[in-house]
Design a binder for this molecule. Structure first.
Ligand SMILES: O=C(O)CCC(=O)C(=O)O
Length: 253
């Protein structure tokens, strides 16, 4: 697929993104584009317990639960499976990021999450920027691609509209949660949870407060998140980000 084959983006969606900090692009991907990505990601979750490492974890597997049975997650899945960068999902989200940024867009980060059936694991309220070192500031467009129809029953994203216009909030670890997980406070009453059909795409600003509930269904809920920015991973090297890194080398991104 060539990058120029992007469906023209609905201006309303991008206006909604600017005002609310998130948007949903309906029918952005074809069924075969979703299937192609699903078929590459699914095997990465097999024999999960043997793969656990710094960038591969199960945030629901605390206590006796076996990694891979609750909410397995793979950071930078494209490193494990470079073919992902040739998929329609990767190329079309990158092209949309380019359209939004107004210049070429480059890969910054991705992660894949499988909420296992009845795993009862939530993704707590957070801002994506909350997972970066204090003062690390990346201007990215963050996409969330559900790989099956998704609603509140299987862990769709919930967003607090307009929260991207506020500050970066304090994020906390919680002794009841996996040590990787950070959470912040949110006004849940304001949140919206879009129901998504196969092929729909969500995008949000790095400061938008969002969460995802547990998966109460009999099937896994697989999603792939992709972040693109004008400078790609080089943006970590801009002086203010280098300074943040030197002051606090602990990073989660
Ligand atoms: O897929 C999920 O459960 C959460 C994903 C998420 O919060 C994100 O990609 O920013």
């Amino acid at each position: 697929m060539s990058e120029t084959a992007l469906k023209s983006t609905d201006v309303w969606d991008l206006q909604h993104y600017a005002e609310n900090g998130f948007a949903v692009e309906r029918g952005f991907f074809s069924e075969s584009e979703i299937r192609e990505t699903r078929e590459l990601l699914t095997p990465l979750f097999e024999n999960f317990a043997e793969k656990v490492g710094q960038r591969i974890r199960d945030i629901g597997a605390i206590g006796d639960a076996q990694p891979g049975t609750r909410q397995p997650e793979i950071d930078r899945a494209i490193k494990v499976c470079p073919e992902l960068t040739q998929t329609g999902v990767f190329l079309k989200t990158k092209a949309l990021a380019r359209e939004m940024i107004g210049r070429s867009a480059h890969y910054v980060f991705d992660h894949a999450i499988s909420k296992m059936p009845h795993s009862n694991t939530s993704t707590p309220w957070h801002q994506d920027r909350g997972y970066m070192k204090a003062k690390t500031h990346l201007e990215t467009v963050n996409f969330w691609v559900p790989l099956q129809p998704t609603g509140p029953e299987n862990g769709t994203l919930s967003y607090v509209p307009g929260s991207h216009a506020g500050d970066l909030l304090p994020h906390f670890r919680d002794s009841n949660l996996h040590p990787h997980v950070l959470r912040t406070e949110a006004n849940e009453a304001e949140a919206v949870s879009p129901r998504l059909e196969l092929g729909d795409l969500c995008l949000h600003h790095p400061l938008t407060i969002h969460s995802a509930g547990p998966n109460e269904t009999d099937s896994p809920r697989l999603a792939w998140s992709l972040h693109f920015g004008a400078y790609g991973r080089l943006e970590y090297l801009k002086p203010s980000n280098l300074w943040a890194f030197l002051r606090n080398p602990m990073t989660v991104s």
